[in-house]
Design a protein around this ligand. Structure first.
Ligand code: NAP
Length: 311
């Protein structure tokens, strides 16, 4: 029986399976543990079930001498120092696949909402700003038949393309091997640009001033990947100056954005609270997979979804 720390309560009953075999402590507070609290709670843990809000860096791993398995409750694992884990031969698991459709659905929902100014229109009705039906108000962009540029054509990017197919959209995409010219081409041609690459040193601020300047002034940017892929200062300026027509972000830096962050003052912006995978089914399936990964890791078996150790 190993001691496990789970840094948040999870939906569904997956944690019961973990508790049948191991001694489990679940962080039950409303806010995630701070870095200091996390360090304290992993000090004598053999298993860690972490969230994307937990920074599992070299120092934290060093502070946990008994740690034998890390299972991240997310498909992204940019919050984990993979090299530090590999140096200790600690396997790291993630939860791909089970959240693909939920996240692609949200990306398409953000695309539609931004195209048709849904949040602005809803707010106008509630706040009494809507006086009467008008031919020239709340004019949005056509989605049907438009061009969608998908940056990062993995599970979620491809799932978004399937949805776009139902709207007869022309889909362009880039991959990790695409050149700067390929990306510029996608940005210049797309009416909507949706970001689905992982956060890596190469993708940090992939959408900065240069990329935003390449986009059409009528284009809309959607980001459901990681906030760091977009240079938010450059995005704020692009929205203020009308360089692009709008943006819809499920992810930001930091999360949440402080109420006085200049980005929140920019026009034509929708921000949601990192809810890409937030359907009951997806979150429960993520919990099952995260528990399967941790059980296997503690057992000395390959995890069902084990992140490859860095080369
Ligand atoms: P995935 O299947 O690994 O797809 C990511 C794709 O991006 C891969 O095909 C990858 O290629 C490609 N890529 C890597 N670097 C690139 C670059 N510089 N330019 C263009 N493409 C690049 O991952 P996924 O399951 O689709 O998830 C994608 C990301 O979405 C995750 O990493 C996570 O950060 C984010 N996410 C967010 C939420 C949310 O709640 N908002 C939910 C789920 C996922 P290679 O395979 O060759 O590296």
């Amino acid at each position: 029986m190993a001691r496990c720390f789970v840094s948040r309560q999870l939906p569904g009953s997956a944690l019961d399976r973990l508790a049948e075999q191991h001694e489990v402590e679940v962080w039950a507070q409303e806010l995630p543990p701070t870095y200091a609290e996390l360090t304290e709670h992993v000090e004598d843990a053999e298993g860690l079930l972490s969230m994307l809000t937990d920074r599992v860096d070299a120092e934290l791993i060093e502070a946990a001498p008994k740690l034998r398995a890390i299972s991240n409750y997310a498909v992204g694992y940019d919050n984990i120092d993979l090299a530090a884990a590999a140096a200790r031969r600690i396997p790291v698991g993630n939860t791909p696949g089970v959240l693909t459709d939920a996240t692609a659905d949200l990306a398409f929902a953000l695309l539609m909402a931004a195209a048709r100014k849904l949040t602005e229109a809803d707010a106008a009705v509630r706040e009494g700003g809507w006086q009467t039906w008008e031919p020239g108000s709340y004019l949005g962009a056509d989605v049907y038949g438009a061009t969608l540029g998908i940056i990062g054509f993995g599970r979620i990017g491809r799932a978004l393309a399937e949805r776009a197919d139902g709207f007869s959209m022309r889909v362009l995409h880039t991959t990790r091997d695409s050149t700067h010219e390929d990306l510029d081409d996608l940005l210049e041609q797309s009416d909507f640009v949706s970001v689905h690459a992982p956060l890596t040193p190469e993708t940090h601020h992939l959408i900065g001033a240069h990329a935003l300047a390449k986009m059409k002034t009528s284009a809309i940017l959607i980001n459901t990947a990681r906030g760091e892929l977009v240079d938010q200062q450059a995005l704020t300026r692009a929205l203020e100056d009308g360089l692009i027509a709008g943006a819809a972000l499920d992810v930001t830096v930091p999360e949440p954005l402080p109420a006085d962050d200049p980005l929140l003052q920019a026009p034509n912006l929708i921000v949601t609270p990192h809810i890409g995978s937030a359907t009951r089914t997806a979150r429960e399936r993520m919990a099952e997979l995260a528990v399967d990964n941790l059980l296997a890791g503690l057992d000395g078996q390959p995890m069902p979804n084990q992140v490859p150790a860095p080369a």
